[in-house]
Design a protein around this ligand. Structure first.
Ligand code: HXC
Length: 260
């Protein structure tokens, strides 16, 4: 598929990691409707493709994404937001069954920070900056900035970020648990691909179940989440890959998974 606002390629030794690069440099990858539609389309394609084990979303050295497109949003009205179902395209990333790694260099602001938080794992370059500056525009975060951020970094830090619009550094993002690893900017995408490749050595079927179970921790109570986890754990015993994984361990050989 030919895209205007993103670039896609397959990476890793087995070409099983898809890398989606947000590519709207003149606007610091501001997330216009067209870009979000293309991102959704590419995820639709990769989700169907069994040869893809993981997906990396990245931007440029200067900006992962500087937010939703302010110029596009500026003329909106309340009724246009409702009637046009504004931000409907933004749910696609969070609904993807396959693991998605955000590789964040530069600015991840507003919708850019929210997009990163919709991914499963965030790696950051050492000069990355995260923030929810919507308050300075007279609006509030609309795609998880008051919700996902609060669950990840806690109330005080999330409140401080959302109410001041101040950015936090990569080091601070790591300290608060927003990102799981900080690496030199020029090694970021390679590190993210390596992570995708490691995930890709496992059963994709079981990886998807595991991702769903971890996400459940964010979507329900502890008791419900534990029940979901236990049932899903039990369910792995109906798969060939669970049998293969344990048999391979006992036989002291590498497992060969087939996603069944
Ligand atoms: C549209 C944007 C943009 C954005 C940058 N640009 N961010 N265009 N929407 N979010 C454009 C600028 O207008 C400019 O184009 C070009 O990108 C370069 O930006 P500069 O401001 O000249 O760069 P710099 O001085 O380096 O400053 C970088 C920056 C600043 C600090 C990131 O651009 C900035 O503050 N951007 C806005 C960040 C923001 O408020 N994000 C939240 C958006 S609201 P021209 O052609 O004009 O020179 C949001 C709501 C989410 O995300 C709701 C749910 C999705």
């Amino acid at each position: 598929t030919n895209f205007e606002f993103i670039k896609t390629e397959l990476a890793g030794e087995k070409k099983n990691v898809a890398v989606i690069t947000l590519n709207r440099p003149k606007a610091l990858n501001a997330l216009c409707n067209g870009l979000m539609k293309e991102l959704s389309t590419s995820l639709d394609q990769y989700e169907k493709d069994n040869s893809i084990a993981a997906i990396v979303i990245t931007g440029s050295e200067k900006a992962f994404a500087a937010g939703a497109d302010i110029k596009e949003m500026q003329p909106n009205t309340y009724s246009k937001c409702i009637m046009g179902n504004f931000l409907n395209d933004w749910t696609r990333v969070a609904k993807c069954q396959k693991p998605i790694i955000a590789a964040v260099n530069g600015y991840a602001l507003g919708g850019g920070c929210e997009l990163a938080m919709m991914c499963d794992i965030i790696y950051a370059g050492d000069k990355a900056k995260f923030g929810q500056p919507e308050i300075a525009l007279g609006t509030i975060p609309g795609a998880g900035g008051t919700q996902r951020l609060t669950r990840v970094v806690g109330k005080s830090k999330a409140m401080e970020m959302c109410l001041t619009g101040n950015m936090i550094s990569a080091a601070e993002a790591e300290k608060t648990g927003l990102v799981s690893k900080v690496v030199p900017a020029d090694q970021l995408v390679a590190e993210a691909v390596k992570l995708g490749e490691k995930i890709g050595t496992h059963s994709q079927l079981i990886v998807q179940l595991c991702k769903e179970a971890v996400n459940t921790a964010y979507e329900t109570t502890l008791q419900e989440g534990l029940k979901f986890e236990r049932r899903t754990f039990h369910a792995t015993f109906s798969t060939e890959d669970r049998k293969e994984g344990m048999t391979a361990f006992v036989e002291k050989r590498p497992a060969k998974f087939n996603n069944n």
